[in-house]
Design a protein around this ligand. Structure first.
Ligand code: ATP
Length: 289
């Protein structure tokens, strides 16, 4: 087996433009790779097999597709027509807005390239908008559909508590609800969502309070509309001392920014088993052997 790992992510900032004719939305995002990493092993095989294990719940492990619809298979198919067997070790909640499937795809791409000894023939972006960032890691500004990535500097490490939620939210449904909410409120978003210059400066300076204050997610409105109980999670995280708390991407995972490791532990203790303590940034996809 050849193994590679890749990070899950949160979006510290996520601004969404209007729906384009091709059905996509222009976004402006700050991605933060987390030290919550997925590992994918690949080997040649006679038939497709996908073993899934990891630290997420049994229900979540069962939600991972074991057939060709799994992104790891689609990633390998960019590199080779050979049949591959996979071992996926998951730490990132499934359908939680944290790019777990994208991290698996990035790790599978790298591992398959090493197995076969050649590079992918087509672009990793075809696997999903978050795959290029899972390959790159760190902290980055993403524009377009999230694929135009510019690495950013970040002075200090962030302590993050993730509060997972079992009932996943489908990303397309959250975007659709945002479009509907905006339409009924007569809100027309800017065509090119603005870049969060103040937040970028705060990250560069390691100004934690301003990072927390300026974190933002346009999709949160729609995610809360679809799952109002997430507001309670945000409120509880704040009451436990979080500097700020937001829905991660399209949700339903909530991330809280903590002052330090001690505060992260105090916030996590409010949520029992559904809380995951982590830090960021983490590095991008790499081989692990
Ligand atoms: P994103 O934030 O990139 O939109 P997400 O983090 O919300 O994604 P994922 O965990 O990537 O969600 O999974 C979304 C869906 O993709 C799952 O419900 C599942 O059906 C499918 N999927 C395909 N491959 C995988 C994989 N390797 N791991 C998890 N889900 C996968």
């Amino acid at each position: 087996m050849i193994y590679a790992s890749a990070p899950g992510k949160i979006n510290l900032y996520f601004a969404v433009g209007p729906k384009l004719e091709n059905g996509y939305h222009e976004v402006c995002s700050i991605y933060l790779a987390l030290n919550l990493r997925e590992t994918v092993g690949v080997r040649f095989a006679d038939e497709l097999a996908i073993d899934v294990d990891g630290s997420i719940s049994e229900d979540q492990l069962r939600a991972v597709p074991k057939d060709e619809s799994n992104l790891v298979v689609r990633a390998s198919q960019l590199v080779t027509e050979e049949i591959i067997a996979y071992e996926i070790t998951k730490q990132v909640p499934v359908a939680g807005g944290m790019g777990g499937g994208s991290a698996d795809a990035a790790a599978a791409l790298l591992a398959t390239e090493a197995l076969v000894g050649s590079r992918a023939l087509s672009d990793a972006l075809t696997l999903g908008a978050d795959v290029p960032f899972a390959l790159m890691g760190g902290v980055a500004l993403g524009t377009g559909v999230g694929e135009n990535l510019v690495p950013l500097k970040m002075k200090s490490e962030l302590h993050i508590v993730l509060i997972a939620n079992e009932g996943g939210l489908a990303t397309p449904a959250v975007y659709q609800r945002l479009d509907e909410l905006r339409e009924s409120a007569n809100l027309v978003p800017e065509f090119n969502p603005p870049s969060p210059t103040e937040l970028i400066a705060a990250l560069e300076m390691g100004d934690l309070n301003n990072v927390a204050r300026l974190a933002h997610n346009d999709l949160q409105w729609a995610a809360l509309n679809l799952k109002p109980e997430l507001q309670n999670v945000i409120d509880q995280a704040l009451a436990a001392g979080a500097l700020s708390a937001h829905v991660s991407g399209s949700g339903p995972t909530v991330f809280a920014i903590a002052k330090d490791a001690e505060s992260a532990a105090a916030i996590a203790s409010r949520f029992g088993k559904s809380a995951i303590i982590t830090t960021g940034p983490s590095f991008g996809a790499r081989l692990e052997n």
